[in-house]
Design a protein around this ligand. Structure first.
Ligand SMILES: Cc1cc2nc3c(=O)[nH]c(=O)nc-3n(C[C@H](O)[C@H](O)[C@H](O)COP(=O)(O)O)c2cc1C
Length: 194
């Protein structure tokens, strides 16, 4: 098999003022950027200010008309896989991240997706919901994920600790990246063969 170096997008799934989300996003981006088996791009939803979904048709039926959503789709198109860095709001994902999923369709199909979640239970409930959303978008969610639980989350956010104080997180990040790269390479080859 030819060596395929997939291009992975890391999406920051929170846009609120004072968000924690950029810390884990920058952290996993740095780990991913050191690897030779992928290329990586950080994608900030603050740069994609889409209204709450208001198109006349679902993107699976008709191209979106909103200009910011068109740019969003153009950003997604070259990606071979996604890592979504997600908070948990009321046991679900942030509205802004779900909205971003709703605003495109074909750009997601047959690509892997993995998650970095943070919060009281490492955003496990939000991640499970997002896996179901991803399946409807014809993506392949990985089993591996990074869950930054209460102790690590509060330690890094409020107690001066760093990600390096919790080495199991880097292990989980590399396991996730291994999975994403495997699926992204296989699925890219299959997409390209069509
Ligand atoms: C509207 C709202 C709902 C929240 N609900 C949860 C929750 O269900 N579970 C949880 O672990 N944390 C919850 N939190 C706390 C978040 O984990 C914490 O605010 C985190 O910093 C949010 O991510 P962000 O700073 O990147 O936006 C909630 C926060 C907000 C603003």
């Amino acid at each position: 098999m030819a060596i395929i170096k997939p291009h992975i997008g890391i999406i920051i799934g929170s846009t609120r003022e004072g968000r924690f989300g950029e810390k884990p996003a920058h952290w996993i981006h740095k780990i991913a950027a050191k690897r030779q088996d992928l290329t990586v791009q950080l994608i900030d939803l603050r740069d994609h200010k889409m209204p709450f979904f208001e198109e006349a048709a679902a993107p699976s039926w008709a191209p979106v008309k909103n200009a910011a959503a068109q740019t969003w789709a153009e950003t997604l198109a070259p990606l071979d896989g996604i890592i979504a860095v997600t908070p948990e709001y009321n046991h679900g994902p942030s509205a802004v991240l779900k909205n971003a999923f709703d605003y495109a369709y074909k750009e997601y199909i047959r690509k892997p997706i993995g998650f970095v979640g943070y919060g009281g239970v490492g955003a496990a409930r939000a991640v499970e919901q997002l896996r179901l959303v991803a399946i409807e978008l014809q993506m392949a969610p990985t089993r591996s994920a990074v869950h930054i639980g209460m102790a690590e989350f509060l330690g890094i956010w409020q107690q001066g600790k760093t990600f390096e104080d919790f080495p199991h997180l880097e292990q989980a990040a590399n396991a996730l990246l291994d999975d994403i790269v495997w699926w992204a390479a296989v699925l890219k080859q299959a997409r390209d063969a069509k």
